[in-house]
Design a protein around this ligand. Structure first.
Ligand code: FES
Length: 347
């Protein structure tokens, strides 16, 4: 039986394994309670996970690193400052505990966006930093396990070998697969053979000299991704062959909360909330206890979609919205900051 979209109904999954990848990162394996469910997805996609923290279900999106068709889902989760769900999973979730999950989704995947064939060869450049390694590693695994003959340059940036997620696996793949070329760039190389440095255009050229012949898949912190995109542009890369995803919060990066007040009314829940201009709409709605699912907090998953019936917001992402929905006033609350008094409809 396959894990298929079931409206908005989540399924209950059981944690069947949990182990540290690095000091501040764990991997989880989640299986169906009856152990009869197979998980089909496109490598690079994520799931929205619902975890009970202090009596309340909190939702977050996590990329998958298992293979499609496995009888479990694997996630790799890194500790983040004040990360309510990530830190709960790392510190408290036990093997045997259950979580809720919606089926895998996401545009950043290597099925909808396969590597282009250039000069008779499919070539990919996977670039990641930190926990951004998860979806791109899933892509590499899929190509290799299906023997898809994709030549893979795997460029990962980390602080040190000890802080490199999947380090042993990466080295194993590098040794085992002629089509998998590991390029690690470490801030602190220690006694490894990997180079030490901060990625820039020069490093990119040096580490992957034929990058212009490759399809690039990029995942990492937002600033890192903006920098890499800048290097690719600077070096004349064809951005038609470029795909990216970041789980860094999209809203509130460039806006500051003002002292000016604004009222957010939500008539279908008989609520009128005092807020400030510049505040992230999702935080205001969540703070008032309204039932808004805010999973990825990055404008990617669409779970926080709501309709602004009056007033205006400034939106950093409209990624999952159709032109028609945008026209009707739908916004992604996680990626929208308040500009005026608002009337909002949830659900
Ligand atoms: S929470 Fe995912 S788009 Fe807003």
């Amino acid at each position: 039986m396959f894990f298929e979209w079931q409206g908005s109904q989540p399924v209950t999954l059981r944690c069947v394994d949990k182990y540290h990848e690095t000091l501040d990162t764990v991997s989880l394996k989640l299986a169906d309670l009856s152990e009869s469910l197979l998980f089909e997805f496109k490598a690079g996609q994520f799931i929205n996970l619902g975890v009970e923290v202090n009596g309340k279900i909190e939702c977050r999106a996590y990329s998958l690193s298992s293979l499609s068709g496995d009888d479990y889902l694997q996630l790799t989760i890194k500790r983040v400052d004040a990360g309510k769900v990530s830190n709960y999973i790392i510190d408290k979730l036990l093997v045997g505990d259950t979580v809720q999950a919606l089926p895998p989704t996401g545009e950043f995947n290597c099925i909808d966006h396969p590597p282009v064939t250039l000069q008779g060869k499919k070539k990919a450049l996977l670039i990641s930093a930190g926990c951004g390694i998860t979806p791109v590693f899933a892509m590499a695994k899929q190509w290799l396990s299906n023997d898809e003959k994709v030549d893979i340059e795997f460029l990962h940036i980390a602080r040190s070998q000890q802080e490199t997620i999947y380090f042993d696996l990466l080295e194993t793949y590098h040794a085992a697969y002629p089509d998998f070329h590991l390029k690690l760039l470490l801030k602190n190389r220690g006694d490894t053979l990997y180079p030490e440095g901060r990625l820039d255009a020069q490093w990119l050229l040096e580490l992957v000299s034929d990058f212009k012949q490759r399809t690039v898949y990029l995942c990492g912190p937002r600033q890192f991704m903006q920098d890499v995109q800048g290097y690719l542009n600077e070096l004349g890369f064809d951005m038609a062959n470029f795909y990216q995803e970041s789980f860094t919060p999209a809203a509130s990066e460039e806006t500051t909360v003002s002292n000016e007040g604004a009222t957010v009314s939500v008539p279908n829940f008989a609520q009128s909330i005092d807020a400030k201009k510049g505040q992230v709409l999702a935080e205001v709605l969540e703070g008032a206890g309204l039932p808004l699912i805010v999973a990825c907090r990055s404008g990617i998953c669409g779970s926080c979609k709501c309709k602004v019936r009056q007033g205006s917001v400034s939106s950093a992402s409209q990624e999952t919205l159709t032109a028609e929905e945008i026209e009707q006033g739908y916004v992604l609350a996680c990626s929208s900051t308040i500009e005026s008094d608002l009337e909002v409809q949830i659900g």
